[in-house]
Design a protein around this ligand. Structure first.
Ligand code: PPS
Length: 302
């Protein structure tokens, strides 16, 4: 699907952004430079937020939620690319409509994507008591996926090579900051806000079970055949071949699928193909220190 601004984006010489801090959290400059607009965003009570650390299953959840909202009508879910159907709150492309603008034009009930850590979510979401679905992914696979995404997405800061990116991720010197702070922040907010907290690994293990949790949270009662359809159409195999979910509609000079596909592998445990033995030891030690006081437990993905 060719959108008006795609042609303009295609004509651009793409510039990798710098990282800029917002309340000590690093962001691509296009988030930091537009912060007032995001901060002042006005949520509505029936807005549903999908909040994730980047590369932890956002697009997967976006498709599941849209399938629910369309009662499993696959054709309706192909009406536009996923990034138009469920816009990204803090996204400000060099050309084309910012996420906030797309959201403001949407009819309620709106579904909104964000990668913001809990402390930076615009306060109107909490004043309106909005619901949030949080998806998290084990740190090792999240890191590997994030590295590959940096390689292919020119809207992300220069990643450096794998060992360099590995160190930056560990120390939270990447866009949207520390994975540890992000997941712990959302975990701890569960007693304050209406949050459904899910794990990518659980979704892989038993998508139907996790999809039913989403249905309950969204207060959706659907026939069994619709649930089955949602499970099928949100599977990695189907989503990777669907142009409306696999980001191939986005201009290639920005998202270069020849370097790495957006729907890359969709697996649990891919970190083993990338971590050296010594990186793994360093990672485990660092992880234990970061997570020692948290009740948030990820499964060991061996
Ligand atoms: S983003 O850019 O932050 O919105 O990316 P996000 O969607 O959070 O993460 C992309 C990774 O999720 C994988 N993915 C899936 N895995 C399993 N099933 C489904 N349906 C699915 N959809 C997307 C995608 O392949 C990326 O992970 P990697 O490990 O890189 O393959």
């Amino acid at each position: 699907m060719e959108l008006d601004y795609h042609a303009e984006l295609r004509g651009l010489t793409v510039r990798r952004p710098q990282l800029k801090l917002l309340q000590d959290v690093p962001f691509p400059d296009w988030v930091a430079d537009n912060w007032e607009t995001v901060k002042n965003f006005q949520a509505r009570p029936d807005d549903l937020l999908i909040a994730t650390y980047p590369k932890s299953g956002t697009t997967w959840m976006q498709e599941i939620v849209d399938l629910f909202n369309q009662n499993g009508d696959v054709k309706m879910c192909k009406r536009a690319p996923v990034y138009e159907r469920i816009p990204f709150l803090e996204f400000f492309p060099d050309k084309g409509p910012p996420g906030v603008e797309l959201i403001e034009k949407m009819a309620s009930p709106r579904v909104i994507k964000t990668h913001l850590p809990i402390q930076l979510v615009p306060k109107s979401f909490w004043e309106q008591d909005c619901k949030t679905i949080v998806v998290t992914r084990n740190a090792k696979d999240n890191l590997v996926s994030y590295f590959h995404f940096h390689l292919m997405d020119k809207e992300m800061p220069e990643p450096g090579n794998w060992p360099e990116f590995f160190e930056k991720f560990l120390h939270g010197q990447v866009s949207w900051g520390s994975w540890y702070d992000h997941v712990k922040g959302w975990w701890e907010a569960q007693d304050k806000h209406r949050i459904l907290f899910l794990f990518y690994e659980d979704m892989k293990e038993n998508p139907r079970r996790e999809i039913l949790k989403v249905a309950e949270f969204m207060e959706k009662v659907l026939e069994e055949d619709v649930i089955e359809k949602i499970v099928h159409h949100s599977s990695f195999e189907v989503m990777k071949d669907n142009p409306m979910t696999n980001y191939t509609t986005f201009p290639m000079n920005i998202l270069d699928h020849n370097i790495s596909r957006f729907m890359r592998k969709g697996e649990v445990g891919d970190w083993k193909n990338h971590f050296t033995v010594s990186q793994n030891e360093d990672f485990d030690e660092h992880y234990a220190r970061q997570m020692v006081h948290s009740s948030l437990k990820f499964r060991n993905v061996l």
